[in-house]
Design a binder for this molecule. Structure first.
Ligand SMILES: Cc1cc2nc3c(=O)[nH]c(=O)nc-3n(C[C@H](O)[C@H](O)[C@H](O)COP(=O)(O)OP(=O)(O)OC[C@H]3O[C@@H](n4cnc5c(N)ncnc54)[C@H](O)[C@@H]3O)c2cc1C
Length: 399
């Protein structure tokens, strides 16, 4: 490994840590905000909104944005420090994660001055919630197969089609959606062409969000159905047909954001051991459990080092495979194995659900166990990552 944190990086870390010391504690103590009748999703989002507002007051919400738009123009190294410090402190999620990390940077990159003025402040101060509408029933890993159409009619697009698995769409006012403005592109074998990025006002007629209840009991995702929805051409981001380039920009931001995941796993592991010491110390004497915990520490450390090697390559301008796809596979495997270990370590208490009077740590283990299944599909499905490794790193022949 041949990178070191410079004095500016250490100053950045110290400034962030001091700010967190002064601001995180009382916020975390608030727990979930909202009245006792509001559902879990609404309470979680209210807490995230309050936390993002607090971050923004300290100019810590959008570190990659330009200074003129409330950011810090953080370097790659500062991004890594940020995700390390935040993961270690186990800070809550933010209200507009998609907006801050993906959509905001795209509006900054592709938007007109008017679009920037209209939308960036609301993303940053968490006054307007945003979602990202890419996936369709027939277009997930194969995103370019998307078929939601947008037909120009004067100064409006008429949109028809169905999106699926759109996180928090029913809570959002705005979304960055990919639509097909050239319906012939798929038939002529050029599916990446004719895709356009369109900002959607989710409150207009013809847009319907149908929340999907998940195995955890929450409803964080939606099916979004467009039926002759009319949206101004002025809401288009970039030129017509340029949507694939706009989307690839947002997904690149998503990949860069995975650097702190090993730190998050380590924090989760430490917390699990601390909770077991209090609630089920006998489990920590069990040889089988002890071996699984030791294996988990080793694997998490290995993943952290893999990310460090990927960072070293980024800094040298080299390609980051196989490290990045392998780290992604490690993360999904370890997240699920750790969630299982957490339940086993707590024994019968591990299955007590959130909200129950005897639940340990708010029922975290029982909730997290099914939830972590998402890690083998989110941020690039497992088989797709394996294809990337086979193609680019091992260079296996294609049949
Ligand atoms: C937590 C979470 C949040 C999400 N939020 C959003 C959101 O806000 N907005 C949005 O647009 N989407 C969102 N998604 C959807 C996500 O982008 C898709 O689930 C993802 O792209 C996979 O698509 P799919 O679900 O259609 O699965 P598919 O692509 O159909 O995959 C199904 C299975 O087939 C395998 N497979 C696919 N292609 C290949 C191949 N070429 N070779 C071998 N195996 C293959 C996959 O690995 C997987 O096991 C979210 C998903 C999750 C889990």
């Amino acid at each position: 490994m041949d990178f070191a944190y410079g004095p500016e990086d250490e100053a950045f870390r110290t400034e962030l840590q001091e700010w967190l010391d002064a601001n995180l504690g009382d916020f975390v103590d608030q727990g979930e905000i909202g009245d006792e009748h509001s559902d879990l999703t609404t309470r979680t989002m209210a807490r995230r909104q309050a936390w993002q507002r607090r971050l923004n007051e300290g100019r810590w919400a959008a570190i990659n944005w330009p200074v003129e738009w409330g950011g810090r123009e953080a370097t790659t190294m500062q991004n890594v420090i940020y995700s390390e410090v935040m993961a270690k402190a186990r800070t809550p999620g933010i209200y507009n994660a998609n907006g801050i990390w993906q959509i905001g940077p795209m509006i900054i990159r592709w938007g007109t001055d008017e679009q920037k003025q209209r939308w960036l402040p609301g993303i940053l101060d968490a006054s307007e919630h945003w979602c990202q509408g890419f996936t369709e029933p027939q277009a997930g890993s194969d995103l370019a197969n998307l078929r939601t159409t947008a037909v120009a009619d004067g100064d409006e697009y008429v949109v028809n089609g169905t999106k699926i698995w759109i996180s928090t769409a029913h809570l959002a006012r705005w979304g960055l959606f990919l639509v097909r403005t050239d319906p012939d592109a798929i038939a002529r074998g050029a599916k990446h062409e004719g895709i356009t990025a369109l900002i959607v006002d989710l409150h207009v007629d013809g847009v319907k969000c149908n929340p999907i209840r998940e195995i955890t009991g929450e409803a964080m995702f939606d099916e979004v159905v467009f039926t002759d929805a009319r949206l101004p051409v002025a809401y288009r981001l970039g030129s017509e047909g340029e949507g694939w380039n706009v989307a690839m920009g947002t997904l690149t931001h998503e990949r860069v954001g995975t650097g702190g995941l090993a730190i998050g796993l380590r924090a989760e592991l430490d917390s699990m051991v601390a909770i077991a010491r209090t609630h089920n110390p006998g489990a920590l004497a069990d040889p089988g459990i002890r071996e699984r915990i030791a294996r988990m520490y080793t694997q998490v450390e290995l993943t952290r080092l893999l990310n460090a090697r990927a960072l070293s390559k980024v800094l040298k301008g080299e390609k980051t495979w196989p490290e990045v796809p392998i780290a992604k596979l490690q993360w999904s495997h370890l997240s699920q194995a750790l969630a299982e270990l957490y339940v086993d370590v707590l024994g019968p208490m591990g299955v007590l659900a959130k909200g129950g009077p005897d639940a340990v740590a708010g029922g975290h283990a029982a909730h997290n166990y099914p939830w972590q299944r998402f890690t083998s599909i989110g941020a690039g499905a497992t088989e797709v990552q394996k294809n990337i490794i086979a193609d680019r790193a091992i260079k296996l022949p294609r049949r």
